[in-house]
Design a protein around this ligand. Structure first.
Ligand code: ATP
Ligand code: MG
Length: 294
């Protein structure tokens, strides 16, 4: 089945990233509302074709912790990627409301299971774990998106990357593993740790304002102490879990199975948390904030 632009009715804009816009669209043939991500790349036809082909493995990626993939195509110099529409958007929109520890634990559990699925079933490393790539729907389900399935796409994104907030692990910045080719599973575990703290405290854990430039920030990641969860607001279990993810020595960082065996995740798994209720409240607060500011 070939998906194309002419089948889409554009309903609105869901957000903007470094590489393009994500639209909410209605896919007329199937009557499914989807999110359509645009990635602007200055690439030749062959490279674009290669990316579309590599994205195809996503048709096999079915997990409750991974956003469903519907298809990809290219048009002019953009790759378009259609995926499951997640009503409440990404975590960065929902965390300013403050997140109770039980909810944080459930979110973390979903992300770890998602990352483990990508590694075990598809043999892929996410490469971009951060709050904007963790999506929530109105049922309160938490799913990962924007993972590095296509080698060709990873290559061209790495060339154009200009982030000012870095979720990069220390070993990605200096040492033998640095550079786009040195990505490992352990680097995703670091980004997971930073993401958990950001969601908990409501801002990026490294204080950007104190840095004169992006090199200062990279320096702090490599030479400074790793950030921690505030011990006065989170349990010892939660703090220990995050500290293990943010071990500066990548070789002794835990595997996904070890993370799932951690007591914080064991609790999260059996805990009965009303995620739908939390998601509805957090989203209502997001809407109230954005209508006030516009
Ligand atoms: P960056 O470009 O640095 O990776 P980003 O992840 O925010 O940042 P995009 O991936 O282009 O950039 O996404 C832009 C925004 O669109 C996201 O922040 C998210 O809020 C929203 N979004 C993305 N995918 C979906 C989806 N499937 N359903 C609903 N909203 C989405
Ligand atoms: Mg994204």
């Amino acid at each position: 089945y070939k998906i194309s632009m002419t089948q889409m009715e554009v309903l609105g804009v869901l957000g903007r990233g470094q590489y393009g816009v994500v639209h909410k669209v209605f896919h007329k043939p199937t009557k499914v509302t989807m999110a359509l991500k645009e990635i602007r790349l200055e690439l030749n036809q062959r490279a674009l074709q290669q990316i579309i082909m590599e994205l195809d493995v996503l048709h096999k990626a079915r997990s409750p912790y991974i956003v469903d993939f519907y298809g990809a195509f290219f048009s002019e110099s953009c790759v378009y990627y259609s995926m499951e529409y997640m009503d409440f958007g990404s975590l960065d929109r929902l965390y300013p409301a403050g997140i109770p520890e039980a909810v944080l634990a459930k979110i973390t559990f979903a992300v770890v299971r998602g990352l483990q699925f990508l590694k075990d079933e598809l043999n892929i490393i996410h490469r971009d774990v951060k709050p904007t790539n963790i999506l929530v729907n109105k049922k309160g389900e938490v799913k990962l998106c924007d993972f590095g399935v296509s080698g060709e796409l990873n290559k061209s994104l790495a060339k154009t990357h200009v982030g000012c907030q870095s979720y990069m692990a220390p070993e990605r910045i200096v040492g033998p593993g640095s550079g786009p080719s040195g990505y490992t599973i352990q680097s995703d575990v670091w980004s997971l740790g930073l993401t958990i703290i950001e969601v908990a405290i409501g801002r990026f854990p490294y204080d950007n304002s104190g840095f004169a430039n992006v090199f200062d920030q990279l320096n702090a990641i490599v030479h400074g102490d790793a950030p921690t969860l505030p011990a006065d607001r989170y349990s010892d279990m939660a703090c220990d879990f995050v500290a293990q993810c943010l071990n500066k020595d990548s070789k002794t960082r835990p595997t996904y199975q070890q993370l799932l065996d951690h007591e914080w995740m064991k609790h999260a798994e059996s805990d009965d948390v009303d995620m739908q209720d939390w998601a509805e409240r957090a989203h209502a607060l997001f809407l109230a904030r954005t209508s006030k500011s516009s």
